[in-house]
Design a protein around this ligand. Sequence first.
Ligand SMILES: NC(=O)C1=CN([C@@H]2O[C@H](COP(=O)(O)OP(=O)(O)OC[C@H]3O[C@@H](n4cnc5c(N)ncnc54)[C@H](O)[C@@H]3O)[C@@H](O)[C@H]2O)C=CC1
Ligand SMILES: O=C(O)CCC(=O)C(=O)O
Length: 526
Amino acid sequence: MTITGEMLIGARSHRGSDGEFRAVDPATGAELEPAFGGGGSAEVERACALAWAAFDAFRETGLEARAAFLETIAANILDLGDELIVRAMAESGLPRPRLEGERGRTVGQLRLFAQTVREGGWLEARIDPAQPERQPLPRPDVRQRHIPLGPVAVFGASNFPLAFSVAGGDTASALAAGCPVVVKGHSAHPGTSELVGRAIRAAVASCGLPEGVFSLLFGVGNPIGTALVTDPRIKAVGFTGSRGGGLALMEAAARRPEPIPVYAEMSSINPVFLMPAALAARAEALGKGFVASLTMGAGQFCTNPGILLGIDGPDLDRFVAAAVDALGGSAASTMLTPAIQAAYDSGVARLSGSAAVATLARGLACSGPNQAQAALFGTTADAFLAGPALQDEVFGAASLLIRCPDAAAMRTVAERLEGQLTATVQMEPADGDAVAALLPTLERKAGRILANGWPTGVEVCHAMVHGGPFPATSDSRTTSVGTLAIRRFLRPVCYQDIPAALLPEALRDGNPLGLWRRIDGVPGQE
Ligand SMILES: NC(=O)C1=CN([C@@H]2O[C@H](COP(=O)(O)OP(=O)(O)OC[C@H]3O[C@@H](n4cnc5c(N)ncnc54)[C@H](O)[C@@H]3O)[C@@H](O)[C@H]2O)C=CC1
Ligand SMILES: O=C(O)CCC(=O)C(=O)O
């Protein structure tokens, strides 16, 4: 398929005229063809008008039709074949196996949402039948289902050109909910975005859906994103990126005459607690495992283990020796964009320039453009508690080890941490009591708590939470990965004494959709 550099606005391909940009191959620094035309307010206006026009029809598509639409997108993405992988490699510097895995995750995610849509539990149908004889007052007939919020603006993430981008989790969950989607593609991978956008657009057409169900916009700079978030027809936002970007979009959304929810996944340093018995039993293996997780994908994961906590002593020294050894031999790797590489270097310089921080190890030297050397730093619990800036995210393969004098200090540091996507404990059975004492803090701080694993690599499933308190996300009540993500784009509507013929199918007597529903609070398939 030819990459044209055009935006996809409903069924039309359109070349933007608000500036021009090209993708850059970070591995060589070379610009890639073709040039992309940036859009502006006229394109936002057109995409949002189409999305709004599509909304009422799309939100009432049958469950089977909507599920088939998601499955068609998945099939169309696979049909793009190797061209998609080759372009994504060139635009991101990420290796083939990683991108092939990411494509599998993207397609699997769409199929999982298709199953979820078919099953219909997300409608959360409830019926409290009328009780005309009730004393002292009769009870009306009260029924509830969930409906989609409206068109959703999705910002593609730079670090997952497939799974968190044009057809990623935000798009899949919004479409599953019945929301048209307008994507603002990330300018780091516009060709990948266009290919995937065309796969979605073809699915819209072949499934007979209104053209406004999907549009893809590009832009130079921030104005297009702000215009999208402030368009009155957009009713929610999905975002993965920087803390500054997420905060700016939250502010823009809150300033609207009608404020809307922004689901932003922003910044997390994912603490790992090295418990004493675990260190005693397997310090060397933990050191190696940690470095593998830290350096995967040049550390460009929001789940990257950016902070380690351990109790000072010889077992922690063994861990450090193994980690220093593994990290010292790790090759420098290409980062996604020159700007992300520069941000990493300045984060590393900030830590290495801090009097309270020691540089424990650096990876092998860089040998090409936009590469980064992994880094491990060390500090003490007291210094960490005294310097709040030490917990600012350094996006990339850098981590800070905090030496704590005892378990109480470890808990104090944990209490001081900001909100996180994940918290990991490395433990043996003998650490049980200490971990039990830590758990209430971890539950308050993080969206996902893991034992004896590493936080990178999120499972896409029903029970997953990829979320957490601020600044990990802007709304800790939900998740951006897994089927619960659909809830972000739904709201309940109650139908009181509405005539049977006017009720939505989900709430009709006889349960024509065969849903699990709560009748008078009791779940069943009546
Ligand atoms: N925690 C995480 O998951 C991630 C964090 N990052 C962080 O973000 C930094 C920059 O990377 P990017 O991926 O480019 O993220 P970014 O936040 O700069 O950009 C993401 C998207 O939001 C838009 N955007 C950003 N600020 C905006 C504003 N003020 N108004 C309107 N639109 C805005 C951009 O145009 C882009 O489409 C990285 O160095 C890293 O620190 C990046 C990717 C993932
Ligand atoms: O670790 C993962 O699989 C997901 C990471 C993620 O959500 C991100 O880096 O934005």
